[in-house]
Design a protein around this ligand. Structure first.
Ligand code: TEU
Ligand code: CA
Length: 554
């Protein structure tokens, strides 16, 4: 397997709006990021995945882009961006941009032109269809943020497709001019010296020509078979690779919700000339009760089965992306561990051990390195995210579910859990802003913040720092073969990694109970690389504390 920098890196995701505000307007910005690069260098990460910073009306917080080659006014200027890139590179940190090209904002000039007339030269940049009638959309597909996936446009008496919000019209990738515009824009960013792209819903860019009604699951028909992993998706990605990606020493990761390992090998196979890796979502999309909405935890055995299948089915053929959370997911410690004060720190460290010792490139979402938790939402006024606000309307206001039934599911899974401001210190607003934050800071910031933890060698922060350092020292962590042990256990996630004559045993307790574990041969008397309890692991039988995790190496 060929060695590359992106296989050996740890990637840190920044959601700029909530990371650090430098000008007291309550909104994170690029200068704020630049001021925190030393913190990230100290943590030891190698690459930053920057959520979108391009010009946007912020209907979906930057995932609705109105100018791909301008910086969002609230985030600063292109000079600020150039300075951040220079300072990051000076610290050996690479910057990967978020490429959102399945759709633009409806305020992008291409769409403003396209909607003007059927003859406009930009008409074919988007997906326009006649309705079944002036009040009935072309088909029954539903949008991810609620409602129909079609919006009627009076100007030309037609509907346009938007798989997300109606202010996010889908681009028509079958139009060669669209592909050329996108590839030119990507080249422009690569010439500036950025180090790669995270590609937003890239598996959706090719739609089938025919757009029949989808199977109705709840309110609307499902667009999935017609808009995900479509007929030309690999052709377009191979064209992108040939015209842009192959010309630079960059990394690419595709966001491919619903992907299987077999499909992932097509997007990210070493010999496919498409992408370097993809995000799979099985472990974060298998717990739903009402669509994605749920208040239940994924059973550990299910989690182990999913993660192990991806470890074994990609091994030697494609590369895993490893994550517990991101800007669309609830906080990892609240979802997969325990945010109860007794267990929060140990379970956060356990989760970090479980993920970072697996095969693949690990992603840390801002604040995950502190063990930041879900937010205690009290009312709908606390929510800012279009997806959460629309979900409440669609599931509750519609009368389909009672507030008491839906509320625990909304508060557990809302994307806003991940979007509360980064907790830097115990001053007002957690040191995120000296203004009024655009979204409330989690009140637990006085106990959970970077200042406390960078000064505490036993903190979650320092535990992540140690894990990142181990990755640099032990090639088995990056390139070793994975094998699950104790598949039947409901409490323990145990696996080994093997590379030539070196072996590693990873033991993670996912329970609040005390448990016992028999150290298997050949790990008796092995060296302990890291543990969140600093116990001795020399005996054969180990009494594990709640959420105890350790790694043995021979
Ligand atoms: O997310 C794609 C996506 O599928 C989301 O609907 C996500 O899975 C869901 O919100 C989980 O609850 C990408 C971006 O990551 C997301 O922030 C954007 O809202 C979306 O695309 C549209 O650009
Ligand atoms: Ca600001």
């Amino acid at each position: 397997m060929n060695k590359t920098w992106w296989k050996e890196s740890v990637i840190y995701q920044i959601y700029p709006r909530s990371f650090m505000d430098s000008n007291a307007d309550g909104i994170g910005d690029i200068k704020g990021i630049t001021g925190k690069l030393d913190y990230l260098k100290y943590l030891g990460i190698d690459v930053i995945w920057l959520s979108p910073v391009y010009q946007s009306p912020n209907d979906d917080n930057g995932y609705d882009i109105s100018d791909y080659q301008a910086i969002m006014t609230e985030f600063g200027t292109m000079e600020d961006f150039d300075e951040m890139l220079k300072v990051a590179h000076a610290r050996g940190i690479r910057i990967v941009m978020d490429l959102v090209v399945n759709h633009t904002s409806d305020e992008h000039k291409w769409f403003m032109e396209s909607r003007k007339s059927k003859e406009n030269k930009y008409r074919d940049y988007y997906i326009w269809r006649e309705g079944k009638s002036s009040s009935t959309p072309p088909n029954n597909w539903g949008a991810c943020f609620g409602g129909s996936a079609w919006e009627y446009d009076k100007q030309t008496d037609m509907y346009y497709l938007h798989l997300f919000s109606k202010k996010q019209p889908d681009l028509n990738w079958d139009c060669p001019d669209v592909r050329k515009e996108v590839f030119d824009m990507m080249t422009w960013w690569c010439e500036k010296g950025i180090d790669g792209f995270r590609m937003d819903v890239i598996s959706m860019i090719s739609k089938t020509k025919e757009m029949p009604d989808g199977e109705v699951h709840d309110l609307y028909g499902d667009f999935n078979p017609y808009c995900v992993h479509g007929p030309n998706v690999h052709k377009y990605l191979q064209e992108m690779n040939e015209k842009v990606l192959s010309k630079y020493d960059i990394m690419t990761v595709g966001e491919t919700s619903g992907v299987t390992p077999k499909q992932a090998r097509l997007y990210a196979g070493e010999d496919r000339n498409e992408l370097n890796m993809v995000f799979q979502f099985e472990h974060v999309e298998s717990d739903g009760k009402y669509g994605k909405w749920t208040d239940r935890k994924l059973p550990l055995k299910t989690l182990k089965e999913i993660m192990s299948r991806w470890q074994t089915e990609l091994y030697g053929q494609a590369w895993n992306s490893l994550f517990w959370d991101n800007h669309d997911q609830p906080r990892a410690v609240s979802r997969f561990g325990s945010d109860h004060p007794t267990y929060r720190e140990s379970s956060a460290k356990m989760l970090a051990t479980c993920l970072h010792m697996m095969q693949g490139t690990p992603y840390i979402y801002q604040g995950e390195e502190l063990g930041m938790t879900n937010y205690p939402f009290q009312s709908m006024q606390d929510f800012k995210d279009i997806e959460s606000i629309h979900a409440y309307e669609e599931w509750c206001k519609s009368g389909r579910l009672s507030h008491d039934t839906f509320w625990p599911c909304l508060t557990f899974k809302s994307r806003d859990n991940a979007r509360t401001p980064m907790q830097w210190d115990d001053t007002e607003h957690a040191g995120f802003t000296s203004g009024t934050p655009w979204i409330a800071v989690n009140p637990n910031y006085t106990q959970i913040n970077a200042k406390l933890q960078t000064h505490d060698p036993d903190s979650v922060f320092h535990y992540y720092k140690k894990l990142i350092a181990l990755r640099k020292q032990y090639p088995v962590i990056v390139y070793g073969k994975y094998e699950l042990l104790c598949p039947e256990s409901d409490d323990l996630f145990v696996y080994t990694r093997t590379l030539e004559d070196t072996k590693m045993l990873v033991v993670c307790s996912f329970t609040e109970k005390n448990t016992t574990f028999e150290i298997p041969e050949p790990f008796t008397n092995a060296q302990c690389l890291i543990s969140n309890m600093n116990h001795s692991y020399q005996n054969k039988t180990i009494q594990l504390q709640p959420y105890e995790a350790f790694v043995l190496f021979i």
